[in-house]
Write a protein that binds this ligand. Sequence first.
Ligand code: G3I
Length: 348
Amino acid sequence: MAASATLFASNDLLAQKTLREAYKDYFPVGVAVAPRNLSGPEAELIKQQFNSITPENAMKMGPIHPEENRYNWQDADAIVDFGVTNGIKVRGHTLCWHSQAPRWFFTDSEGKDVNREVLLARLKQHITDVMTRYKGKIYAWDVVNEAVPDTGKGIYRESKFYKIIGEDYIQKAFEYAHAIDPEAKLFYNDYNTESTAKRAKIYQLVKKLKDKNVPIHGVGLQGHWSIYEPSQAELEKSIKTFADMGLAVQVTELDVSVYAKEHERRAKKETDKSVYTDEMMEKQSAHYKMLFDTFRKYKGTVTGVTFWNVSDRSSWLDNFPVPGRKDYPLLFDESYKPKRAFEGVVNF
Ligand code: G3I
């Protein structure tokens, strides 16, 4: 038996349902991956537990399209090929995001801001090239990511896309995407969606799109939560708010931090210790159970749940919001074994 299979057999994981088996009548259970996850024990765990994958970084505007006339397809191709070869669905992430859009998108040969027409043409070309390459292999796309600000009255983050094109950059992105692949499910994706104020802004943004018959099919609740949030009531309010608009809801980047949630990076303080106590583990188990009990309650509306990273061995939260403070946010521990929280998620 291969080392990785022995690893999983030894901890009785095979005696338990896997995530994909437990949820086969509800929704695909996915995980964000990088090329380094596509071989060795992590690849075995992914194939055994998940039936959907999302490129963590490989399909973002900067990594995949670093210069106007140069694409870097290698990592995205490896992830899509892994999905297709193993019969695993693939979510595309993300066609338009201010945070990792390379500078060349917005500047002319003299380094000055381009105008609306030029930026729209570049956005259209990017979406056309990327979606054409993976057409038929990617079933859902995060078309626009995090366009709504956390603070202030405006519903549009004042990104370069917004400042140069105007608010209709979002509409255009969805229309460009739908024209390339009418079969793909197109999502607006954001975090902190259980905050009353932010959820209301996202509702306004999505309502404008719906009122203009823009081809949007769902909203992605990223799900970067903690053992202290969200409450079940707030989670249900988010799901119902967007479901009542006739939209699908997916949890697209799920992790449950063992520390209080913070959305801004900060320096490490003396009090920031990397700890995973029994109390944290218990709270995390109860929280994951509540989350999945709620997801199942909205069967047919919640059409996918994707974890952000494979196991506690490596999480983006190990360096955010506090550089160097290890987090333990997932269902598999640092040795890829199921944690206590796993039980309450697959047994219902
Ligand atoms: O690839 C380079 C590498 O060549 C370089 O040596 C290294 C050191 O600077 O950086 C590497 O790129 C890093 C990349 O992750 C790949 O590891 C970037 O600096 C780093 O900023 C990037 O962080 C990612 C972050 O998005 C920003 O794009 C995280 O891995 C990723 O988990 C995180 O995911 C986002 C979602 O896409 C959107 N929702 C929020 C979520 C968390 O921020």
